[in-house]
Design a protein around this ligand. Sequence first.
Ligand code: SF4
Length: 477
Amino acid sequence: MPSVFIKTYGCQMNERDSEAVAAQLVAKGYSLAKSEAVADVVLLNTCSVRDMAERKALNKMANMIGIAKKERPNQVFGFMGCMAQSRGQELVDKLPDVDLVVGTQKFHRTADYLDEILAGRREKIVDTAAEEKSEAAIREHLLNGSAQKSVSAFVSIMQGCNQYCTFCIVPYTRGEERSRTIPDIVAECRDLVSRGVKEITLLGQIVTSYGKKEKREEWRINGASASAPGAPKRSEGGSTLDPRPSTPLSPFVQLIEAVHEIDGLDRIRFTSPHPKGYGDDLVEAYARLPKLCESAHIPVQSGSDRLLKIMHRGYTRERFLGIIEKLRRAKPGIGISTDIIVGFPGETEEDFEQTLSLAREVEFDQAYIFKYSPRRDTPAADMPDQLSTPVKEERNERLLRLVNEIAARNYEKLVGTQVQILVEGPSKKNPARMMGRTRCNKIVVFDGSDRHRGQIMDVKITRAGSFTLYGDPAILE
Ligand code: SF4
C-alpha cells in the first residue's frame, strides 16, 4: 500500500483533523511516511486564519511539485482544510499538478478519494461541498501507536462558528455551528480511556456554543430537569456528581458532566471557549467537577470596548474582567491565557493602551498575540484606517514585552511550591528528560523515565524558565 505524509498548518483543530485522516488511512493499509521526500502521497492540511499561513502552504506545494517533476513523477498531492475550502478549484487552476482538494466537511472522504486517484479511476477530485453529519466524522485516533502510548487526546465535539467576528474567516471556511451528540462524544472518550488516555481536551472553534444551535426539545435548557441527550441523569436521591449545581446547565456543561462520569479518566480540558459562553454554570463547574482542570484559555482580543464592538465580539471589557474575577474566586490559582489582536483597523493609541491596561489587570499566565492580518471576504478587511506594518510591529513588541514580564513573574512565584503533573512523555526540547503538565496547563520538565509516563505525581518546582517549569526529581522517590 502507498505511504502518506501529512503536513499541518494552523490550529489544534487542524492537528486533530490531520490525525483523524491519518488514522483513517492507516486503517485502510496506508503507511505513514517520515517526510514528503519518501511519501507516495503528500497532503497539506491548510490554515486560512492568517495570510502568511496560506502563502506558506502555497509555496510549499509549488516547491514539492517542482522537485517531484524531476525525481518522483508519480507522487500524488492534495490540499485539505480551510484554504482548500475557501479556494477550492482555484487551487487546481493555480497549481495544475495538484490532484486532490478536500474541504472542511470532507476530511473523512480523503481515504476513498485517494484510492480512486491512485487506482487511476479519477484524475482529479475537488470536493468542498457541505455534508450533513460531517461533524461526527472526525473520530479516529492514532495515539502514537502501541509502544509510546499517548496519555492525552483531543476530541472534536463540534464544527463551525456563528459568531462572525469581523476579522475572522472561520465561519466561512468551517461553516455553521454543528454539534455531535453527548452519547457519541462519550463513546469516543470511553474508547480513548480504555486505550490508556488519562486526559481529554474537548475541542471546537467555539466550544461554549456546543449544542446551542440544535433545536431538539431535549437539548433545550429549561431548568435542571431538561438535559441534552445522554447527559448524566440526576435522580431524586442525589447525583453521582456532588455538590449539585445551583444554576441550569448549558449543553456544554452537561457534556462536561457526562465525560466527567467516565471511570479511569483523570483530567478534562477544553478549547476554545468564547467569553460570552462563560455563564455561571461553567464557572461553577470548575469548583464542582474535580476532573475539570483549573485552566482557561479565554480569547479577549482587545481591551477596548470600542474595538470589541467593531470586532463583533459580543462582550465588553467589564464583562470579561467579571468572568476572570468569578473564575479566580471559584478556583484560586486557575491558569488563565488568552489571544489578543494588535493593529486591528482603526485601533488608536488609546485603544491599544486599554489592551495594555487589561493585560496588567488580568495578569495572564500566557497571551498569544497576533498582528492583525486582513482576510479576504471578512468585513474588517474592507474597513478604513488599516494600520501600517511598523505600527502593528511596534504594538506587538510592547504588548509582548509586558505579557512576558507578567508571565515570568507568575512562573517565578511557583518556584518552591509543589504541583501535580500528568506525565506525558519525553520533553520535546530534551528527550533525555520527561515532561508533564500541571492542572493549570504549565509544562514541567524533570529527570524521570518512561515508567512515569501516564502517572499523576507531585513535583517540587525548583526553577522557572520561559514558559517552562523545572521539577525536583528527588520528590519522585
Ligand atoms: S468566535 Fe470569532 S474568532 Fe472565534 S472562530 Fe468564531 S468568528 Fe472566529
